[in-house]
Design a protein around this ligand. Structure first.
Ligand SMILES: Cc1cc2nc3c(=O)[nH]c(=O)nc-3n(C[C@H](O)[C@H](O)[C@H](O)COP(=O)(O)OP(=O)(O)OC[C@H]3O[C@@H](n4cnc5c(N)ncnc54)[C@H](O)[C@@H]3O)c2cc1C
Length: 379
């Protein structure tokens, strides 16, 4: 049954992918390799959705297909193998963190207004959490939201906001209480990126692309119905968002690691022994991910601390395969130019995957979390 579905996805991709989108899929996470023509990407996104291949496990009442989450993983795998875009970047953040979090914590109006449009690719979302002085220590953010009676007025700055330059909406964490209240004085908002009072400035990355941005808010007015959950209870939503983010970042990491492993084995079959531990870790992570999917069922219960375990191992394994390739290949073959050769996938992967152990919570900080909440080590 699942194998039939896999075959259906393969055939569908072969029959429907337009020539200009072939090889454009982001097989290397954070590499910034997506098509420059956003309209074309959005049309493609809609087509994939209408074929029933996006939002497979999301609830039917909010535009999903209410089906088996394992099928979602199978579809993602097949799109990655075929190097064809699968909801990225049109719905990267919307699908990985905003949709799953709104389904659990959003009001009925918010779910009806926003969730389906993420799946259809009509709305692009970004995430406004990190600030120049608050990354790992998220509870120290300073962007302020003041209650002005009819609306909140927001002033401050965010950094590393992926896709903010393309986004229609941002999920934004801001301070509504006193700084000393730390995580107890935060509120989560939905911000319309077309509002007055927002300036977006791209940041250039090591890959030469600009996928993330600085975002400035100057007396931005946000309607009260755009609060997600309750005022001063944004930390609960932030935790939900971050756990969803960690799980959903891990999927492309695992699939990209599998791609990199295939490349490694086709070049260095004789050196497989040196990679034994990384290969074991990769498959253990995939089993853990499959098990988590089964446990969460149809996204009715949110992921917890195990998301941190998945993210640490998948991101570190990914880096190990790229590093192995770069260390073993002839250096002259490693220069990356489009279209990417197998060898240059390793070098681009190596630099792009530096981000994998930082974004969504650094490995060090996630290890602290596991130490505190699972192993009960002292803080
Ligand atoms: C590709 C990419 C995309 C991103 N996209 C977004 C986005 O869309 N929206 C958004 O809000 N943010 C985004 N981020 C930001 C990301 O969440 C932060 O970079 C991350 O949380 C780390 O924060 P920081 O960069 O401020 O580093 P810092 O918190 O300053 O950490 C610096 C170093 O110190 C270590 N460290 C910090 N605290 C501890 C501790 N207590 N114990 C041990 N070590 C510690 C860290 O591990 C790290 O190595 C993105 C980041 C990347 C790389």
């Amino acid at each position: 049954m699942l194998e039939e579905f896999r075959e259906y996805v393969r055939k569908w991709i072969r029959a429907n992918t337009p020539e200009e989108l072939k090889e454009k899929g982001s097989t290397i996470p954070f590499s910034g390799r997506y098509v420059d023509n956003l309209d074309e990407l959005k049309r493609w996104h809609r087509k994939v959705y209408e074929a029933g291949l996006l939002g497979i496990s999301w609830p039917k009442e909010y535009g999903g297909y209410g089906d088996d989450p394992i099928k979602e993983l199978i579809a993602y795998e097949e799109f990655m193998k075929a190097k064809v875009p699968y909801g990225n970047p049109t719905a990267g953040i919307g699908m990985s963190i905003v949709g799953p979090s709104l389904i659990i914590a959003g009001s009925e109006d918010q779910k009806r207004k926003y969730v389906k449009r993420i799946l259809t690719g009509e709305d692009i979302w970004c995430q406004g959490f990190s600030e120049p002085q608050a990354g790992s220590d998220l509870a120290s953010i300073q962007t302020r939201a003041e209650d002005k009676g009819e609306y909140f007025e927001i002033t401050g700055q965010k950094i590393w906001s992926s896709y903010a330059h393309l986004a229609d909406y941002m999920i934004l964490l801001a301070r509504t209480g006193k700084p000393e209240d730390r995580h107890k004085g935060l509120t989560m908002f939905i911000v319309d990126m077309r509002s007055q009072g927002i300036t977006v400035k791209p940041i250039r990355q090591i890959t030469g692309k600009s996928e993330f941005n600085m975002v400035y808010f100057n007396n931005l007015k946000v309607p009260k119905e755009n609060v997600i959950g309750k005022v001063n209870e944004g930390w609960k939503i932030a935790t939900l968002v971050l756990n969803n983010e960690r799980v959903n970042l891990s999927i492309p990491f695992i699939l990209a690691a599998e791609n990199a492993l295939r490349n490694v084995l086709s070049n260095f079959k004789e050196k497989q022994k040196e990679l034994e531990l990384s290969i074991l870790n990769l498959y253990a992570t995939k089993l853990l991910y499959n098990r988590m999917l089964e446990l969460y069922g149809k996204r009715k219960s949110p992921p917890g601390i195990e998301a941190a375990i998945l993210k640490i191992i998948s991101s570190e394994v990914l880096q190990e395969f790229y590093e192995f390739g770069v260390n073993n290949l002839d250096k002259e073959t490693l220069i990356f130019e489009e279209p990417l050769s197998e060898a240059s996938e390793f070098s681009l992967g190596l630099i792009a995957s530096r981000a994998a152990t930082i974004g969504g919570g650094s490995s060090e900080v996630l290890r602290n979390l596991i130490g505190e909440s699972i192993l009960k080590l002292p803080r």
